[in-house]
Design a protein around this ligand. Structure first.
Ligand code: PEP
Length: 247
């Protein structure tokens, strides 16, 4: 299984800044086939990124999508639009979408279904809030989010990636310990096996939450961690490159 290191830029970087970033970042990229490298810029930077990443082996993804192909959905972006720009991935159900924009498990499920129908790979984000961890509910929260997102499409677990991102670790500078992350990754792996024994081991499970160049190696030491989803530390090209080549 090729490990995936993904950058989630969130609402950062104009098209011009994207161009400047990629010029620098691509100088650090060697042997892109040894690991999968993914950049998810804002929608407005997809066009310039798409041109610059052509032929580099670095993949392009979006941070969100709508589940309909087209129509009267002001402000939304559809999967065919993303695919035409060369996007191969979409982040779905990021905690900021869930908790700031109120995305429900039902909506996230519709987006995952649409991704599978349109042939783009969703990275489904799941993770517990601080108070849920403190109440010992981590496994229950993660299980519910995964079961609702994949309800009725369990046979396709090989076509998605899952990012375990504890909400309390995102953007706080305080990551989970690699051991805590591994515990949840093993739980998710077993849950997926229960849901679809035939496709056992075919879903990548990434960790996300305050990953930096200084701690990336500690996560990637564990074979249960099949990749990383990186926010803040992916905004600097050198820092992201250090994470990409930390293992
Ligand atoms: C994220 O937004 O997916 C994320 C992991 O952010 P950060 O790396 O800043 O915690």
């Amino acid at each position: 299984m090729r490990r995936l290191i993904a950058a989630n830029w969130k609402m950062n970087k104009t098209p011009k800044e994207t161009e400047e970033y990629l010029k620098k970042f691509l100088r650090f990229v060697e042997h892109p086939e040894s690991r999968e490298i993914l950049i998810c810029p804002p929608f407005t930077s997809l066009c310039v990124a798409s041109e610059m990443l052509k032929g580099t082996g670095v993949k392009l993804g979006a941070q969100n999508c709508h589940y309909e192909k087209k129509g009267a959905f002001t402000g939304e972006v559809s999967i065919p639009m993303l695919k035409e720009l060369g996007c191969e991935y979409v982040i779905v159900g990021h905690s900021e979408r869930r908790h700031i924009f109120g995305e429900s498990d039902e909506l996230i499920h519709k987006k995952v279904v649409a991704c599978l129908e349109e042939g783009i790979r969703p990275i489904l984000c799941v993770g517990e809030k601080k108070e849920e961890r403190e109440a010992g509910m981590t496994f229950k929260v993660v299980e519910t989010q995964i079961k609702l997102a994949l309800n009725g499409i369990e046979e396709h677990v090989d076509k998605i990636d899952i990012a375990y991102e504890p909400v309390w670790a995102i953007g706080t500078g305080i990551p989970a310990t690699p051991e805590d992350a591994v515990e949840v990754h093993i739980f998710i792996r077993n849950l997926l096996k229960e849901m679809n024994p035939k496709n056992e081991g075919k879903t990548r499970i990434l960790y996300g939450g305050s990953v930096k160049p200084e701690n990336a190696k500690e996560f990637m030491k564990h074979e249960e961690i099949n990749g990383l989803l990186v926010g803040t530390a992916s905004l600097d090209p050198e820092s992201f490159a250090k994470i990409v080549y930390s293992f």
